[in-house]
Design a protein around this ligand. Structure first.
Ligand code: PA5
Length: 445
C-alpha cells in the first residue's frame, strides 16, 4: 500500500501546526461524507471504488475484448478529465517501447481530441490509413470542441476504411446518459456506450468507464486497479485517525505549507513512466483549487531528467516552492551495471549495482540537497508500478484533493474558469448563437 512521509517538511513548518488541522480535516471529511460541502452534487467519486459492481467490470471487459479482437490501434478521443486518467495509467503500466514492438498482445492505444493541432490530426489520420482501428469517444458534456472535431475525422475515416457495420462495432462512446452530441450520435449510430455518472466530474472520473475502458483495452487488469482504489478508500476513510490517514496528512501539510508562503507544489517522479500521472495530478489539483484568487500552483517534473534543466531553479530560485516526490520502491525488472575491464568511463564503482540503486541515491541526494536549499519535501512511497498500486495512488490523490479544497475554502468540484477561452473561441469562429460576442470580440482585435 502507498504511504506518505512528511518528516522533511518540518523545519519549514511545525509538526504541531500540521497536527492542529485535525479538527478542520474532520470537518472536511464529515462534509464530504454528508454531502454538505460546496459542490456537493459532484461527490460520486467519494465511494466510487467500493460501489463498482462485478457486472459493470465484466461489461467493460467484454467491450474491451471486442476492440482488442478487431483493432490493431484504438484511438482514445477525449481531453482533460476525459483523457488524462487513462493515459496516466496506461503509460505507467506499459512497456516504454511498446510502440516499437511488432508483436503486441493488445492494440496500440493512441490519443486524440486533446489538442487542435492540424499537423497532429493529419499525421494521425495518415498513420491510420492502413490500420484496422477503433475509437473510444469520451466526453461527459458530449460537446467539447477538441474531442468532437477529432471524433468527426476519426468516425468518417473508420467508416470509409472499415465499412459502416464494422465501424459500429469498433466505435464506443463514453458520455452522459441523455445530454450532448456524443450521446445523440451514439444512439443514432447504435454504438455501444457507457455512462459517465452525473455526480462524477471529469478530473475525478478515472475509475468510471472514462478510464477503465481504455485501460482494459490496453490489456491491464481493471479488477486489480479498482481493488487498489478500494483499499485506499478504506485507508483514507473518515473513520481513520488523522495521523494515520495519508490523505488527511497530505491535505493538511500542503495547506500549512501554502499558508507559510509555499505557493507552488512540484510533483516529482524518478520514473519516466509516471510522467502522465504527474499530468493527471496537475489537472486534478489545478482545476480543483485554482479559483477565487487562490490555490497552490501545481507543477511537475521528471527526475533525474529535469534535474539537468529545472534543477537549478528548484535548488536556488525563489523560495516559494515545495516538492512532493512519488518514489517507486521496486522496479519491475532487474538490470545491473556491468563491469568493464578498461573502465574508460570510470564507472566501475557502480559495477554490480542495480540501475535502480543509482536512481535511489539520486533521489535521496536530491531530497537532501533541495531541503538544504530551502525546499520542503514530502515523499509518497509506492511499492511498485502495478494496477493495484496505481489504483491506490489515484484514489489517494482524489481523496486528499477533496479534503484539501475544503481546507482552502473553495468549491473543489467546479471549474468556471475554463469557460472563458471557449466563449472567445466560439465568438471568433462565428458559432451560431454567439453573434453579439463575435461583434464585441472583433472590435477588440
Ligand atoms: O475536469 C473536467 O471537468 C474537465 O477537464 C473535462 O473533463 C474536460 O473539459 C472535458 O470535458 P468533456 O468530458 O465534457 O468533453
Amino acid at each position: 500500500m502507498i504511504s506518505l512521509n512528511i518528516e522533511k517538511t518540518f523545519g519549514f513548518i511545525s509538526k504541531e501546526n500540521v497536527a492542529a488541522y485535525e479538527a478542520k480535516v474532520k470537518e472536511a471529511q464529515d462534509a464530504l461524507e454528508n454531502g454538505t460541502c460546496k459542490g456537493n452534487d459532484f461527490l460520486g467519486w467519494l465511494h466510487l471504488p467500493s460501489s463498482i459492481t462485478k457486472e459493470h467490470l465484466e461489461d467493460l471487459k467484454a467491450t474491451a475484448q471486442i476492440l482488442r479482437e478487431n483493432c490493431e490501434v484504438v484511438i482514445v478521443a477525449g481531453i482533460g478529465g476525459s483523457y488524462l486518467g487513462a493515459r496516466a495509467v496506461i503509460e505507467a503500466l506499459s512497456n516504454s517501447f511498446i510502440w516499437l514492438q511488432e508483436k503486441k498482445n493488445a492494440p496500440t492505444i493512441l490519443f486524440a481530441g486533446h489538442n487542435i493541432g492540424e499537423d497532429y490530426l493529419y499525421e494521425l489520420t495518415e498513420y491510420l490509413k492502413d490500420k484496422k482501428f477503433g475509437v473510444i469517444n469520451i466526453s461527459k458534456s458530449g460537446t467539447t470542441t477538441e474531442t468532437a472535431l477529432a471524433f468527426r475525422l476519426l468516425k468518417k475515416q473508420c467508416e470509409d476504411q472499415r465499412g459502416k457495420e464494422m465501424a459500429k462495432k469498433v466505435i464506443v462512446a463514453v458520455t452522459d446518459a441523455k445530454k450532448g452530441a456524443a450521446r445523440t450520435t451514439a444512439d443514432k449510430e447504435g454504438y455501444k456506450s457507457f455512462i459517465i455518472p452525473d455526480n462524477v466530474g471529469g478530473r475525478f472520473s478515472v475509475l468510471t468507464p472514462v478510464g477503465l475502458l481504455p485501460i482494459a483495452v490496453a490489456g491491464f487488469d481493471i479488477d486489480k486497479l479498482v481493488a487498489g482504489a478500494v483499499e485506499m478508500e478504506k485507508a483514507c476513510g473518515a473513520d481513520v485517525p488523522f495521523e494515520q490517514n495519508p490523505a488527511a496528512l497530505y491535505a493538511a501539510t500542503r495547506n500549512e505549507l501554502y499558508k507559510n508562503g509555499k505557493k507552488i507544489e512540484i510533483l516529482v517522479n524518478f520514473n519516466p513512466k509516471l510522467h502522465y500521472v504527474n499530468e493527471w495530478w496537475k489537472q486534478l489539483y489545478g482545476e480543483s483549487e485554482g479559483k477565487e484568487g487562490k490555490g497552490i500552483f501545481p507543477a511537475a517534473v521528471d527526475f533525474s531528467t529535469d534535474l539537468h534543466s529545472m534543477g537549478q531553479w528548484i535548488q536556488e530560485g525563489e523560495r516559494t516552492i515545495y516538492e512532493t516526490v512519488i518514489s517507486v520502491e521496486q522496479p519491475t525488472h532487474k538490470l545491473e551495471v556491468p563491469s568493464d575491464a578498461e573502465n574508460l568511463d570510470g564507472l566501475n564503482f557502480l559495477a554490480g549495482k542495480r540501475v535502480d540503486e543509482v536512481n535511489k541515491m539520486a533521489e535521496l541526494g536530491t531530497q537532501l540537497a533541495h531541503v538544504d536549499g530551502g525546499v520542503p519535501n514530502m515523499r509518497i512511497s509506492v511499492p511498485t508500478l502495478n494496477e493495484k498500486c496505481i489504483g491506490g495512488l489515484l484514489y489517494f490523490f482524489e481523496k486528499a484533493c477533496g479534503i484539501s479544497g475544503y481546507l482552502l475554502g473553495v468549491n473543489t468540484f467546479n471549474q468556471p474558469g475554463v469557460e472563458a477561452y471557449k466563449k472567445n473561441m466560439f465568438a471568433l469562429l462565428n458559432k451560431p448563437g454567439y453573434e453579439e460576442e463575435s461583434k464585441a470580440i472583433r472590435a477588440r482585435l
